[in-house]
Design a protein around this ligand. Sequence first.
Ligand code: SAM
Length: 241
Amino acid sequence: MSDAKIRLYVDHPLGAGQSVPLSREQAHYLFGVMRLGIGAAVLLFNGRDGEWRAEVVEAGKRGGVLACAAQTRELQMPPDLWLLFAPIKKARTDFIVEKAAEMGARRIVPVQTEFTNAGRVQRDRLQAHAIEAAEQCGGTYVPEVAEMARLDRVLADLGDRQLMFCDEALAGAEDTSALRDKPGPWAILIGPEGGFSDKERARLNGLDAAHAVSLGPRILRADTAAVAAMTVWQQQLGDWQ
Ligand code: SAM
C-alpha cells in the first residue's frame, strides 16, 4: 500500500529516477490546494508506463519537479472496446465520457448522426474529463477522445471490429447473449435523444459486423444507455469476467 494519496496524470515519460516537471496548474493543485511539500509522495501515470510513486523535489507557485522512485503498478490496458455515441447536452456528454473512461473504454468517439443536435464538441475538454476519471478510478490508461465525425465515416473506420448497435426500436425484443460468441475488438453505438433515423437503422442492420441489441423494455436516456451497454458488454466479453 502506498503512502501517496494523490494520483496525477502527467504527459511525460515515467521510469526509475526520472524527473517529471509540473505545469503551473499541477503545481497550484499539489502545493497550493493540497498543501504538499518537499518529500511528499504522489502517484503518477501517463497512460503508457504504468503507475509510479514519485516524490516532490522542487515545489513552487508556478511549477515544480517530482522524481520517480518506484513503479507501483504496471500498465493495465482495458479491453479493445470503443464507445461511439451521439453527443447530447453538455453535462450529459461529460457524464458519458467520464463513465466510459471509468468503465474501461479504450477509445471514445463522438458521432454525428442525423438527429444529433449538439453542433460540435470541445474535444480537449472531453479529453480532460477522461483524464480526471482515470485519475480518480485508479486506471493506468487514458482513453483517447476522438474528434467528432459523421456516422458514415466512423462506420468506415471500424475495420474488422464488431458493433453492438443499441437500437431503441428493439426495446424489450432481443437479448444480448449472442455477443459472447464474438471475441475480439468491439464498438458500442449509442444514438442521440431523437434516436436513429430509418435510413441509419437500415444501413446499420445491413452491416455484417453489426449486432442490433435491446437494453431492456424501457427507453433509456442516452447517458444511461451508454453505461448500461458498457456494463452488458463488460460482463459478457470484457475484463469483468
Ligand atoms: N427518441 C428515441 C425514442 O423515443 O425511441 C429514444 C432515443 S434514446 C433516448 C437514445 C439512445 O439510447 C438510443 O438511440 C439507443 O442507442 C439507446 N437506447 C435507449 N434505450 C434503449 C433500449 N431499450 N434498447 C436499445 N437501445 C436503447
